[in-house]
Design a protein around this ligand. Structure first.
Ligand SMILES: Cc1cc2nc3c(=O)[nH]c(=O)nc-3n(C[C@H](O)[C@H](O)[C@H](O)COP(=O)(O)O)c2cc1C
Length: 191
């Protein structure tokens, strides 16, 4: 399969960057072909400009060239994966803005859906799982991302993988990197 890997972190030499490396190695091991969208390195502007505002009366609105190019990048792949740090119990702003602008009315929702087969979200969290469960953040992020975005935009199979406790716990960090590798190798099946 061709997989678009959307990466969002201010530094490539971060833990999230190590998750990306392991994930890419896993994809290659399974024979998949990855295309990387490194949103921060590419200076993607997450702010929604007037050109990319949906026109609720015109589902055929032509969006900005930046958005059209991003939509083409999605369409030349079969599936999508996101790797990001959890910031305020949710997506970092650049990934959020990429979805705001690119997954737009008439293309991703409204009278159309995104023709991707699978969507995998790998979320790196500083806190541990009990903290997420205690406040319901685990359910909140899952409903928001899987129901509210992946399923809403017509991607038939989605999974959110939370990697917890990544601040200050070396064993958890090592396990998270190993898990990212396994997900790359196994999640999308055989190429
Ligand atoms: C702005 C900001 C907000 C954060 N919010 C959360 C949060 O809501 N929950 C959480 O578990 N960790 C939170 N963290 C911790 C990050 O998830 C953690 O730094 C990251 O997973 C570690 O990966 P990295 O070293 O690649 O950045 C936050 C970090 C930053 C910088």
């Amino acid at each position: 399969m061709n997989i678009l890997v959307v990466f969002d972190h201010p530094r490539r030499d971060s833990l999230c960057g190590a998750l990306l490396d392991a994930f890419l190695a896993g994809l290659a091991q399974a024979g998949h072909k990855a295309e990387i969208a490194d949103l921060r390195a590419e200076n993607f502007d997450p702010r929604l400009p007037p050109d990319d505002e949906p026109d609720w009366d015109d589902p055929r609105k032509v969006y900005s060239p930046v958005v059209l190019a991003e939509q083409q990048r999605i369409l030349r792949n079969d599936a999508i994966a996101f790797i990001f740090p959890v910031w305020w119990w949710s997506l970092p702003a650049t990934t959020k803005g990429w979805i705001d602008r690119v997954w737009n009315n008439g293309w991703a929702y409204g009278d159309a859906r995104i023709p991707l087969r699978k969507g995998l979200l790998i979320a790196a969290a500083g806190s541990d799982q009990p903290t997420f469960v205690k406040r319901g953040y685990d359910r909140a992020i899952e409903i928001q991302l899987l129901t509210g975005i992946i399923d809403y935009c017509g991607i038939p199979e989605g999974e959110l993988v939370m990697l917890y406790n990544l601040l200050g716990d070396d064993a958890a960090r090592k396990a998270a990197i190993a898990r990212a590798g396994e997900l790359g190798r196994d999640y999308f099946g055989s190429a």
